[in-house]
Design a protein around this ligand. Structure first.
Ligand SMILES: [Zn+2]
Length: 243
């Protein structure tokens, strides 16, 4: 009678172990979903591409600043040209000598204006391919962002499936744990973290199914001589053995 009871205690503990192992596997699967790895990989790609854009963006900013400076200077010269023009061709009287000096000023200002405009054109030629590169990079980054969003949808689906399964497993645990004697359960809980989650295993012939190591014949004999309700451990992995 005591033997039957003890066997079924260990049988029930094996059921609890199966439940806990499934729970561990689900947690492991949830933490290692391929979609999560794919999202990390894509986020890494985005970070790398953003870093690669630092240099061209700095160049673009510097060129834009140069362009602005030249255009401000051109605007100043244009204002001067307008006022010299007004003096030269306006109603106020100017002597030929003054007119000659103003004409010389005007030509000098126009030469300067034209040279600055050439510089602006050169800058714009440098800016154009940079802008194209930055725009293309923007499009590529948005595409990766969209891909991440798609993968995340799949990830959440898979997480929800696992969570539903894990919920059912968790709900089944309490009655299983309640069916095992307190001391045996305490021993089980103590051993589980020490042995990678496996605290009880069946002894199949000479082989412990916890660690899949075959016990020495003398060891198997010694275990067989133990009373059926004795708590025995695998000498290799230390887990409880259901004989
Ligand atoms: Zn073992």
């Amino acid at each position: 009678m005591g033997e039957d009871l003890s066997m079924s205690d260990l049988e029930r503990l094996l059921e609890l172990q199966a439940n806990d192992t499934t729970s561990d596997q689900l947690r492991h699967r949830r933490a290692n979903l391929p979609e999560q790895a794919e999202i990390s990989r894509l986020e890494h790609v985005i970070a790398e591409r953003r870093t690669a854009l630092d240099e061209p963006m700095a160049q673009r900013t510097a060129l834009g600043r140069d362009q602005k400076r030249l255009e401000d200077e051109i605007a100043g010269i244009t204002t001067k040209i307008t006022s010299v023009d007004a003096l030269l061709y306006g109603s106020s009287m100017t002597s030929p000598k003054e007119a000659q000096a103003l004409q010389a000023d005007l030509e000098s200002l126009k030469r300067r204006q034209s040279s600055l405009e050439d510089e602006v054109l050169e800058l714009m030629e440098q800016i154009e391919p940079l802008d194209a590169l930055l725009a293309a990079a923007d499009v590529a980054l948005s595409e990766i962002d969209a891909e991440i969003a798609r993968v995340r949808v799949t990830l959440v689906e898979h997480q929800s499936e696992i969570d539903a399964e894990a919920g059912a497993i968790a709900a089944a645990r309490a009655p299983l744990a309640d069916s095992v004697p307190t001391e045996l359960l305490a021993e089980y809980e103590r051993l589980r973290p020490l042995h990678g989650g496996v605290a009880v295993a069946r002894l199949s012939g000479p082989t412990c199914l916890g660690c899949h190591i075959s016990l020495a014949a003398a060891e198997v004999d010694r275990l067989r001589r133990e009373p059926a309700d004795a708590i025995v451990h695998c000498p290799d992995c230390g887990c409880l053995l259901a004989r």
